[in-house]
Structure formats: C-alpha cells, structure tokens
Design a protein around this ligand. Structure first.
Ligand code: ADP
Length: 504
C-alpha cells in the first residue's frame, strides 16, 4: 500500500515555498512525486466503425468527441453509427456466419481466440493507458485488473471452443447465429471480452456497441482482430449513443441480444423485444450489501469495503455500496473506515499511486452529486475525505454516510460513485432481511469467522455472487449475473456458454 499514516505532530513541516517535499509527511499522507505511466497509448485522432474487418466511415457522416475525464481534454473523434451502419454491420456478421466462421471447426476458432488473447497481452501497457485516459479509472486498476482479466477471458474461452461437447454432456451445443451486444462504460475492455469471447467460442458472430464515453479500447481491440487474421465480419463494432444501441438490440438479424447497463435501459430493451424470438441476457444494476459480523477480522474487512466501493470510483455494478455492520462493532468499523478514506489518493488516473481516479463523465458526476445531496437532505450523516481534488477533470471525494435508514434514496438507488451508505443490524436474520430488501440482486459480501454462517448466508442472500471475507474477486471460470432487477443470464464459466448456444 502506498500510504503511511502517522501522528502529524512528530514530522517536519513542508518547505516554506509551500511545495511539499517528496518523502515528507504532509497531513496524514506521504507526499509522493508524480509517477505518471508514460507508455504511448497510440491513439488515433479519429475512430471509424469496424465493419466487415475494415474501418469504415459512418453513413451518417457524424462524429462525436471522446473526452478524457481526468483532465477534460478531447482524445479523439468517434463515429456515430445510424441504423444504416448497424444494418451494414449485421449483414457483414451474417455473411461471416454463413461463410468461413460458421463452417470452421472449434479447434480452429480456438486458435483465433487464443491469438487475440496473446496479442492483447503483448500490448497490455498501451491498452491500460488508453483505458485509463478514456474512462478515468486509475492506471493500477486498468493495468493490474481490466487488461489482464480481459486477456484471461479470451484465453479461457479459447479453451472451450474445441470442447463444446462438454458444455452440456449428452447434448449437442450449436451456435445461435449473429448476436447483438451493448455494453456500458465502467469496464469497457473487460465487458467487451466478457461478451465477445463466449460468443466466438460457441461459433457465433457479433455486432457490439461500446458506451459513448468509452469506445476507444474497443476500436483498438479491432486492430488486434485484424492482426490476428480474424475473418472479416466475425466481430463488428459500431459506436454511438442510445439510438445506435437501440438499433443493435432490435435488428431482425440478431438471434440473441446481450445487454449490460442500467436497469432503466434494460427495461426499455425488454419492452421493445417482447414477443420476438430473440434470446436475451441482461446484466443490470446493483446495490450490493457488504455484511460485517462482530467476529470478522475488522482491518481486513475495512480493506475489502474500501476495495468494494472506493477503488474504481464505485463504478462497478456489483460495488459494495451498502455496508451492513453488526451494531456492537459499528462505531469501531466506521472510525477505521473514515481514517482509511482520508488517506486514499484521489487524482490523476495515470499516476501509479492514485487509488481513486476520475468519474467517467460530467453527467455521471452530476448524478452522484444529486444523490449525495438527497442523502444530506433526508437526514443521513455525511463524512467526506478532505483530500485536494484536481482543478480540471471530474472528481468526487470518497464519501461515507452513516445514520442511514432503509428508506433513504442513498440506501436504495444505484449511485455508481465512491459513496458508501452504512447501516447496522443486530442479528443474522435482520442482516439478511436488510440485504435482500432491494430491487436488485447482483452481489453481496459476508465478513465473519464462522464458515457455517457463510454457508447459510450464501443460500439466503438473493444475489448472483456472494463473496466471503473478500470482495470484487473475478475469474473467467466463475459465472456472474443477477437476481430480480439486476437481470438474468450468466456470464463466464460453463453456465455463461449456455446463453450463446442452442442445445439439441
Ligand atoms: P449507464 O447508466 O451505466 O450509462 P446505460 O444503460 O445508460 O447505462 O448505458 C449502457 C449502454 O446502453 C450504453 O452503451 C448506452 O449507449 C446504451 N443505451 C442507452 N440507451 C439505449 C437504448 N434505448 N437501447 C439500447 N442501448 C442503449
């Protein structure tokens, strides 16, 4: 960990110039010299659509700006695909499905998927920098989690492509055809891998739309598809806003659609597809509870809570945004948490010491501010890190609300920011009731020394994933998905493959 906490009084003061001296303690935090990651992200000034294996200008003739949320500077022009562009992408995908890809043996498909994984590993630093500049997440997250995990998903699914007889033993698994996919901005490259890798392993072709604020790494991955020699049309990438997404979801060629994003948009899509034969998977919002019992290793739990909501700016659908802590240790845990967030480094996402980077967009920052204001208005107690925020860019202080009640908006609505709502409980039954008292059911965390309690909670909590004495751990072999308004269908593991095939 890059921070050192100690008593302020025992340390020398900074230089008279006011500039912090590297290595000296400033407040409670070591002042470090900036340590920016310097790898060249190799960005183009303009990104076209990727259709039929080539970069093509949009029929609409329109482009929009992709902004670096860390400093509000423009990164590139991104093409805005209209219905005609989406149609061209589907036709290219269908041609590939009816042609080379559809006829290819699984063992040969595996080689392409494996090659994509290797090429992504080769260019990992470049991709990490691009991901951080485009989305605002700290470089240590994109470098140590997003990019390696995206590569891991391609590796894992390359392994399945020639073993499809084992997906559902005794039954034959066949591809669906062309699938349409729309993804959000919180894990741009990783979501792309989650969606594309199982689809390709199963022998489908893809039309995918990244989120409007984070299209760049998707289009960089298209360069890798070209380098890997992936047959034209197997993956097509169309960029744009909700109108483009709607065209991707409703196109008649799509045999199946997969969506990750807000529950609100998920419902719009489900309504628009009601009565069609399209298969669907939806990974929607969440309001995860992290449940801490009095016998938990508290320091470890505090690290898990911080990892679950503050790292990555809370931009995680399975973020542990509600803390349920047993009453007898609540004061202790809250004190530790407050101290911990005071020493989180908030700032330049490209700096290797940064813990909390930039909020993805101006709009998302406004949403967070609005919900935090509602928490104050409804009577919860606010605590924010006193850290300095950069002058330019979209930043928000790590925030903890205590004295929260279940009826407060901050306890019910997805904030998608570095904001934790703390509630208390006395008994296991009360913890379960409060944790399940939400429209969502994506994930939960349990912190306790007792194995029996973990097993009981893992069956009683209505959440797709329950982490025990850890949080936000992922593996391509482990299925992920939700209950209730968090959606349906699973991504990852053998179960994730069921959503990309028909079984005979
Ligand atoms: P978030 O609130 O996380 O930004 P959204 O659900 O608004 O989530 O966006 C997730 C993805 O859905 C983005 O790629 C966005 O462009 C796309 N999208 C937005 N509106 C629609 C729609 N009506 N139909 C299909 N996709 C949409």
């Amino acid at each position: 960990m890059a921070t050192l906490t100690t008593e302020k009084s025992s340390h020398p003061t900074p230089r008279a110039s006011g500039r912090p001296v590297p290595g000296l303690i400033f407040g409670d935090l070591w002042e470090y010299d900036p340590a920016p990651e310097t790898a060249d992200p190799k960005l183009k000034a303009r990104y076209d659509l990727f259709i039929g294996g080539k970069f093509v200008a949009p029929a609409s003739g329109k482009y929009f700006d992709s902004i670096n949320p860390g400093n509000e500077k423009k990164l590139a022009d991104i093409a805005h695909a209209n219905a005609a562009d989406v149609d061209a992408a589907y036709r290219a995908a269908l041609q590939a499905y009816d042609g080379a890809w559809g006829k290819m043996a699984g063992r040969d498909r595996a080689k392409y998927i494996y090659r994509i994984a290797r090429l992504l590993q080769d260019r990992a630093r470049e991709f990490a920098v691009a991901e951080t500049m485009d989305g605002g997440k700290p470089i240590k997250e994109s470098r140590d989690f997003d990019v390696p995990m995206a590569a891991a998903h391609f590796f894992y699914h390359a392994g399945w492509a020639d073993k499809l007889d084992y997906v559902a033993p005794g039954r034959r698994a066949a591809p669906l055809g062309v699938v349409g996919q729309v993804i959000p901005w919180n894990f741009p490259l990783l979501m792309l891998a989650w969606k594309i890798a199982p689809a390709l392993a199963m022998g489908n072709c893809v039309v995918i739309k990244p989120a409007e604020t984070t299209s760049i790494t998707a289009l960089k991955l298209a360069e890798i598809f070209q380098d890997a020699g992936l047959p034209p049309g197997v993956v097509n990438i169309v960029t744009g806003f909700g109108d483009t997404g709607a065209a991707v979801m409703t196109h008649p060629i799509a045999a199946k659609v997969a969506f990750t994003g807000s529950t609100e948009v998920g419902k719009i899509i489900m309504r628009s597809l009601a009565g069609t034969e399209k298969k669907m998977t939806m990974e929607l919002g969440g309001k995860a509870a992290n449940i801490v019992f009095d016998d938990a290793p508290l320091d470890q739990a505090v690290e898990g809570i911080v990892n679950g909501i503050f790292f990555n700016q809370g931009h995680v659908c399975c973020a542990g945004s509600r803390l349920l802590v047993q009453e007898s240790v609540a004061a202790d845990v809250l004190a530790k948490l407050k101290h911990r967030i005071e020493v989180l480094r908030v700032g330049d996402p490209l700096d290797k010491n940064t813990d909390v980077g930039a909020i993805n967009s101006k709009e998302q920052l406004a949403t967070i501010q609005r919900l935090v204001a509602s928490g104050v208005k409804e009577g919860a107690t606010l605590f924010q890190s006193p850290c300095k925020l950069p002058v330019r860019g979209y930043y928000f202080r790590p925030t903890i609300f205590s004295n929260v009640s279940m009826s407060h908006r901050i306890a019910r609505e997805e904030i998608f920011g570095p904001v934790l709502s703390v509630l208390t409980f006395r008994t296991l039954e009360e913890a379960v009731e409060k944790a399940n008292n939400t429209a969502y059911g994506l994930s939960a965390g349990v912190w306790t020394d007792k194995g029996s309690r973990i097993l009981k909670l893992s069956t009683e909590l209505k959440a797709g994933v329950v982490w025990a004495n850890t949080f936000n751990k992922f593996d391509p072999a482990s299925p992920f998905g939700g209950y209730k308004e968090s959606g349906f269908g699973r991504e990852g593991g053998r179960q994730g493959l069921f959503d990309y095939c028909k079984l005979a």
